[in-house]
Design a protein around this ligand. Structure first.
Ligand SMILES: [Fe+2]
Length: 252
């Protein structure tokens, strides 16, 4: 398995606090069958700043330790970038990283986003050859209440990444319901852990894929798993399935 969103790097944000914790998290990821993980520390979210060069340095250091410890996990560089007005300026200045040096870039939405602003940002990113992946739309306060709105962003060219914890109900009923609905409406293309620590917000990708198989079927689970692999190879991520049929059939 591949995990495209994690806070595995030690001491850079609200994820792993120190190297020992990162190693314990990495062991836990490897145990459940995760072979590659993209480290995506928060960047420009108002609290943490982790520019590209620093993330690359930290990824190389953690990678060395994993090899020394014999932990079979590859760590790749990335960022979870808050979608602010300075995004394009920062990209042009070389401060930003895509996911594992692919065209895919992981973005976190501001709580008070406006779809028109996002539409413009998505367009500008596409002009630069980038493909925006929206991190956990189901956890966004507006979208948790109105999951169908996320479809507008997907139609503009954004991809959706649902968080395993959301599907598993660990952020509460409302977020779980939004996550399920987005999966059913075909606006989710990727699943990732967004792991922050060993236990409370750990690596639970295997459990999430099991739930997806059970709730949405084997083909959807395979599509999501295949999409994470395609992303890492810089190939096209497949459009999600089950759209209109579910839209009509699904009531809350
Ligand atoms: Fe995150």
């Amino acid at each position: 398995m591949i995990d495209i969103h994690s806070h595995l790097l030690p001491g850079v944000d609200d994820g792993s606090a120190e190297m020992e914790e990162s190693l314990a998290m990495a062991r836990s990821a490897a145990r459940q069958g995760i072979r590659k993980v993209i480290a995506t520390p928060h960047h420009n979210n108002g609290r943490y700043v982790n520019p590209a060069a620093e993330v690359r340095r930290a990824v190389a250091e953690l990678g060395d330790r994993l090899r020394q410890e014999g932990i079979p996990l590859d760590v790749l560089p990335g960022q979870e970038i808050r979608l602010t007005g300075r995004l394009l300026e920062d990209w042009d200045a070389g401060q930003l990283l895509t996911l594992a040096d692919t065209p895919y870039i992981l973005l976190e939405m501001m709580p008070d986003f406006e779809i028109s602003h996002l539409a413009e940002a998505i367009h500008e990113l596409k002009v630069r050859g980038l493909i925006p992946v929206i991190a956990h739309p189901e956890r966004h306060p507006e979208l948790a209440r109105r999951p169908e709105w996320f479809g507008e962003l997907v139609e503009l060219g954004a991809l959706g990444q649902v968080t395993s914890h959301s599907l598993l109900g660990r952020f509460g009923h409302m977020i779980r319901r939004a996550a399920f609905r987005m999966c059913r409406e075909g606006t989710i293309h990727l699943v990732a852990t967004d792991a922050h620590d060993l236990l409370r917000r750990g690596f639970d990708l295997k459990e999430a894929y099991e739930l997806i198989r059970k709730e949405f079927g084997l083909s959807y689970a395979e599509l999501l798993e295949g999409n994470a692999e395609a992303l890492l190879r810089s190939e096209t991520v497949q459009a999600a399935i089950q759209t209109r049929r579910w839209r009509k059939a699904w009531f809350f």
